[in-house]
Unconditional design. Structure first.
Length: 251
């Protein structure tokens, strides 16, 4: 088993299911002790912790709404107290829903921005200072291809995820002199619960536009995330990598 994350501590928000769970699992298999946060369902989070313990890792789960500054502070405090200084951050906690422009009101807009953009800011700011002081650390933020091309009924979601990419790029410039790296991943359609905010017809339409002709898996995104977090990507920061089967390409 590859032990590239041995003796390291990873924090994965939204780590009890979907892409977050796949990343946390890969980090634990690589030797990291792992803290995961979850929204409301403690069962899957406890199952993940038990899985990581079975691998011989330290692991905890903490309930955390990334729209709450107080809960993020508690998540980071418990991670540091129970596992140690945080070496890796994978921020996956997010929400998704759809609305036409006539359905989209300010309250729905604000909820999306507060969770998906402000939440990313809160989590990064909660861990960055210690990483900068230690001159070591790596972060990956999960964005979306919705940030890179028009997505029907997702004005609010696409805007928030575009902001995540811009934040990562600017943070990379600010954190780089202290040897702290931050990158983004923009997944396309991935087989998670969030996928099914779209109708079957919408999903099939997107699959039909995808050169690889299928939906991706959380494990495929996790491979990319763990590469970016690892020393294999030691000269890579401020980048947004796509995992979308070729549906969107960057110049």
């Amino acid at each position: 088993m590859n032990d590239e994350f041995q003796n390291k501590v990873a924090l994965v928000t939204g780590g009890s299911r979907g892409i977050g769970l796949a990343i946390a699992r890969q980090l634990a298999r690589g030797g990291a002790d792992v803290a995961i946060s979850y929204g409301s369902r403690v069962g899957p989070a406890e199952e993940a912790v038990a899985e990581f313990h079975a691998l011989g890792r330290k692991a905890i789960c903490v309930q955390c709404d990334v729209a709450s500054q107080e809960q993020i502070i508690e998540l980071v405090r418990r991670t540091r107290d129970e596992l140690g200084p945080i070496d890796y951050l994978a921020h996956c906690g997010a929400i998704s829903n759809t609305a036409t422009h006539t359905e989209l009101d300010f309250e729905r807009w604000r909820e999306m921005i507060d969770c998906n953009l402000h939440g990313a800011f809160r989590v990064v700011w909660a861990v960055k200072d210690e990483m900068l002081a230690r001159k070591s650390g790596s972060m990956v933020l999960i964005s979306s291809v919705a940030a890179l091309r028009p997505r029907a009924r997702q004005i609010h979601y696409a805007t928030a995820k575009a902001g995540v990419i811009a934040m990562a790029r600017c943070c990379a410039e600010a954190f780089g002199p202290s040897n702290v790296r931050i990158n983004c991943i923009a997944p396309g359609l991935i087989e998670t619960e969030l996928l099914h905010v779209l109708s079957d017809q919408q999903i099939q339409s997107i699959v039909d536009q995808t050169p690889m002709g299928r939906v991706g898996t959380p494990e495929e995104v996790a491979e990319m995330a763990c590469f970016l977090l690892s020393d294999r990507a030691s000269f890579t920061t401020g980048q947004c990598l796509l995992a979308c089967g070729g549906r969107v390409t960057l110049p």
